[in-house]
Write a protein of this length. Structure first.
Length: 217
């Protein structure tokens, strides 16, 4: 009798533990598979290199004086280098520091979002862009919606720094959009308060970047 009760107890314990262990391993496997890129088949783009969609020097010459590409690796980088979502950045800055014509630096930041258990690549990218917009509005930022690409959101960041006895102001104009599973942030930095002309120039740059992204194989 005692042996039978113990046997039934062990059976119930196995019945409870095995499904739990399977579920845990399944969840870990799904997460690991996402990080390793198993779900990467969804979405138009695999991994976008930001420097491939940065406009050419002739186009950037109207925005940055004597500009050049900043050193640094633009290759897309995923989670711990294992795959999954990837980010890439490319900057073009003035060589004679301190010159804004009209910008000191332009920057392209591309995030390639792949499918995961949480949704398809394009769906997750759309949610990321909407979340960025909602966060900016919640913080009181002026965010405009510009026609072009699928949607281009425009915003301007302003920061002040005190160096010794001098106050330095920095302005970053952003134009952000999504194409399929890639979210791109095109920005330009200046130390002079920008107006509508400068914002229009950044939007124009974003349209150029969007066209180059669409042209990728």
């Amino acid at each position: 009798m005692v042996a039978a009760v113990r046997a039934r107890g062990r059976s119930r314990l196995v019945f409870v533990l095995v499904p739990g262990l399977v579920a845990l391993l399944g969840g870990c496997g799904a997460m690991a598979g996402w990080q390793l890129g198993v779900f990467n088949s969804d979405g138009r783009f695999e991994d976008v290199d930001a420097c491939r969609i940065l406009p050419d020097a002739a186009t950037l010459a109207t925005l940055v004086s004597n500009g050049g590409r900043e050193p640094g690796d633009s290759e897309p980088r995923g989670f711990l280098g294992l795959g999954g979502d990837a980010q890439s950045e490319c900057k073009w800055s003035s060589v004679p520091r301190g010159v804004d014509r009209p910008f000191r630096t332009v920057r392209v930041f591309a995030e390639t979002v792949h499918a995961s258990p949480g949704g398809s690549g394009p769906e997750r990218a759309k949610e990321d862009l909407a979340r960025w917009y909602e966060n900016r509005v919640r913080r009181g930022s002026q965010v405009s919606v510009v026609d072009g690409a699928e949607k281009i959101y425009g915003a301007t960041d302003r920061a002040s720094y005190v160096i010794v006895f001098a106050r330095v102001e920095v302005f970053d104009i952003h134009a952000k959009f999504r194409i399929s599973n890639v979210v791109v942030d095109v920005s330009a930095r200046t130390h002079t308060e920008p107006g509508e002309k400068e914002r229009a120039q950044v939007v124009g740059l974003a349209r150029n970047v969007a066209a180059r992204l669409r042209a990728l194989d």
